[in-house]
Design a protein around this ligand. Structure first.
Ligand code: SF4
Length: 353
């Protein structure tokens, strides 16, 4: 099948309209021979999985300031990296980030491999990320297919099969368009087109370099693509979180197991999160005050409703679980978002008391 649009038209558009992003080398600089640092490309791509550009910018800059090279990151303490990642969500990414930095540092002398199949062997790097690093960092003509690219391809060709089933068709279209030269700029150009012009709700086709060949635009129904299989409604899970404050202000926390949701992150002791309310073993046998309001948080696969119980204790109170952290060392920003919500609810209840 012949493509109805050309990569050269998109590259021409990108040269004038590329977004300025802290991890990106501008097209004019790339054309002048400046290469992006693979460490920056990899770090940004891992952070951008399931997360918006706006959110990632400040995290990316903070990480680079603290760990300017992959060697610095590989030598970092796990707890510091998890704390710096707090709030970005999908915490398995942070654990794999560290594993990957250490493998690249120890096995590849701190240099990312350039071939997609070698990149795929690294922790936390799946097909999308391997393709993106291959293209952006090393100018390889890989096929990069993220949500933006899928949307653009589905509209260009009016692909009527719904996602996720249509992925392979969309990948074939994307592969046919990928040029041998300037592959890195091209990969970023399609992403930019999807993010700024061919947007989910209101594509601004008047500014699109591909509008002449776009079937969705021609038929006037671009916005209805990509078609999607209706999502199942998310189940609700219930749990209990305990906030214990010692008389000197120290707070009781526990590190969650490495495997599973929020793995390796600090959190409040509490129950498992189950589809029916559970009565857990509390971290101390004291008088608990149950707050009238609950914490609500939505994860990818379920909504969570957390009952919050608070108590004040002395340093003589025997504990069933958890470890006290001195108040000076406690930074709510080190907690994942759901745990921060628990803290702010508990704090306002304690202050109101
Ligand atoms: Fe998207 Fe419109 Fe461009 Fe088609 S013409 S790719 S629908 S922005």
């Amino acid at each position: 099948m012949r493509e109805t649009v050309k990569s050269s038209a998109l590259l021409h558009w990108y040269d004038r309209n590329a977004r300025v992003l802290p991890w990106r080398v501008a097209p004019a600089d790339r054309l002048a021979g400046v290469r992006p640092d693979p460490y920056h490309v990899w770090l940004s791509e891992i952070m951008l999985q399931q997360t918006t550009v706006v959110t990632v910018k400040s995290y990316f800059l903070r990480f680079l300031q603290r760990w300017p090279t992959i060697g610095d990151l590989a030598a970092a303490k796990d707890a510091n990296v998890m704390a710096e990642w707090a709030g970005l969500g999908y915490y398995a990414r942070a654990r794999n980030l560290l594993k990957c930095a250490r493998v690249v540092n120890e096995t590849h002398a701190g240099m990312f491999p350039t071939a997609e199949k070698e990149l795929l062997k690294l922790p936390g790097i799946g097909p999308y990320t391997a393709a993106a690093i291959g293209a952006i960092a090393f100018d390889r003509p890989t096929t990069v297919l993220d949500g933006n690219v899928e949307r653009v391809m589905a509209r260009l060709h009016r692909v009527s099969d719904p996602l996720p089933g249509a992925k392979e068709t969309l990948r074939e279209h994307a592969a046919r368009l990928t040029p041998e030269k300037r592959s890195g700029d091209y990969a970023q150009a399609v992403m930019d087109l999807g993010a700024t012009v061919c947007t989910p709700r209101n594509p601004v086709c008047g500014f699109c370099p591909w509008r002449e060949g776009c079937l969705g635009h021609k038929e006037g129904d671009a916005q209805s693509f990509p078609r999607k299989t209706p999502k199942k409604t998310k189940p609700i899970r219930f749990g209990v979180a305990y906030v214990v404050i010692r008389q000197d202000g120290a707070v009781l926390l526990e590190r969650r197991p490495d495997k599973g949701l929020l793995g390796g992150m600090l959190g409040w002791p509490g129950s498992d999160w189950a589809e029916t309310p559970v009565e857990p073993c509390p971290p101390a046998d004291v008088n608990w005050q149950e707050l009238g309001e609950e914490v609500r948080h939505t994860f990818t696969h379920f909504h969570l409703r957390l009952t919050v119980r608070v108590a004040q204790t002395t340093d003589q109170t025997p504990l069933n679980s958890g470890v006290f952290l001195e108040r000076n060392n406690f930074r709510p920003a080190d907690l994942p978002t759901v745990m921060r919500k628990v803290w702010s609810l508990a704090q306002s209840a304690i202050e109101a008391d």
